[in-house]
Write a protein that binds this ligand. Structure first.
Ligand SMILES: Nc1ncnc2c1ncn2[C@@H]1O[C@H](COP(=O)(O)OP(=O)(O)OP(=O)(O)O)[C@@H](O)[C@H]1O
Ligand SMILES: Cc1ncsc1CCO
Length: 279
């Protein structure tokens, strides 16, 4: 990853203000909208089948999040996805809770099969469930046994590369260590804060950021995704540093948004902890 690409990616989002269509869950929808505004994008939420084709047509990217899927929103996901594909808009899939239920796993798999998904952003349990491995997802959170650690990083990256190759998507598997790969190149991103796991929606917000970065930086989905992932990680670090002795996850959530809003490309280049993972 060229260092200049990070600053450029951050600034391109602010300069182009990509409109992102979100079909997402009702738990973190407001955080997602605010995260998109904070990074310089513009959100629109729409999940009514009769509405989504028009809405996605005026956007630059589509973010599909299956966190609280239902039959109506599943129909909307496919309708919007087909239209986004016709228009060449990048589609980001957040397979929230894949592996936790049959409907989630099957829906995420069908979305991957039928739509040209550009970026898959999820935790390792969700990725394993989708790749056809053991379904160990603990609800919407990663199963501790699946977490990426320094010890299993090489093995985890090999899995992520295979998954990316199989799907044709850039895969971002997040957690304490994030892995981003297009099936060839793979990077580990070490930015982040454990407090991010103590709020709901850090992953959902990151998936929206991936969509904004992909829309604004269409030349390389890999670079765009690495930039989105590292900026979210750095925002988490800055938010944690700002926490006072009486602050908890409520303040952290606000500080995280503030840090995304204040994200500076040069500061990101200086603080990003990105390592190329050799085969
Ligand atoms: N223990 C941790 N240390 C550092 N960063 C973390 C940690 N856990 C999560 N993160 C960061 O939080 C963000 C979201 O990743 P995570 O894997 O928690 O998503 P998720 O499980 O899909 O979240 P959610 O379902 O709550 O939206 C990423 O930027 C990741 O780097
Ligand atoms: C808690 C929760 N349940 C369904 S979606 C969601 C938001 C985080 O993934």
């Amino acid at each position: 990853m060229e260092q200049f690409a990070l600053k450029n990616a951050v600034e391109t989002v602010r300069a182009s203000v990509p409109l992102v269509h979100n079909i997402t869950n009702y738990v973190t929808v407001n955080d997602c909208a605010n995260a998109l505004l904070a990074c310089g994008g513009s959100p629109i939420m729409s999940d009514e089948p009769e509405d989504v084709i028009d809405i996605t047509s005026i956007c630059g990217a589509l973010a599909i999040n299956i966190g609280t899927l239902n039959k109506r929103t599943i129909e909307a996901m496919f309708l919007a996805g087909e239209r986004a594909a016709e228009l060449g808009h990048p589609i980001v899939l957040d397979p929230v809770g894949a592996g936790a239920s049959r409907l989630r796993t099957a829906t995420a798999a069908e979305l991957l099969d039928k739509l040209p998904i550009a970026v898959i952003r999820g935790n390792m349990s969700e990725a394993k469930a989708l790749a056809g491995g053991a379904a160990t997802t603990r609800g919407v959170d990663v199963c501790p046994d699946d977490a990426v650690t320094p010890e299993n990083l090489a093995e985890s990256a090999a899995f992520a590369r295979d998954f990316a190759k199989k799907t044709g998507a850039v895969v971002a598997i997040t957690g304490a260590i994030d892995i981003v790969t297009d099936g060839e190149e793979a990077y580990a991103v070490f930015n982040g804060s454990p407090v991010m796991g103590k709020i709901t929606g850090a992953g959902c917000m990151l998936s929206c950021l991936c969509a904004a970065y992909a829309a604004a930086n269409p030349g390389s989905m890999l670079d765009a995704t690495v930039a989105a992932v590292s900026s979210m990680g750095l925002a988490g670090e800055l938010a944690e540093k700002r926490m006072g002795s009486r602050d908890g996850n409520g303040s952290f959530r606000t500080y995280l948004l503030d840090a995304l809003y204040r994200m500076d490309g040069e500061a990101l280049e200086a603080a990003a902890k990105i390592e190329r993972i050799e085969r």
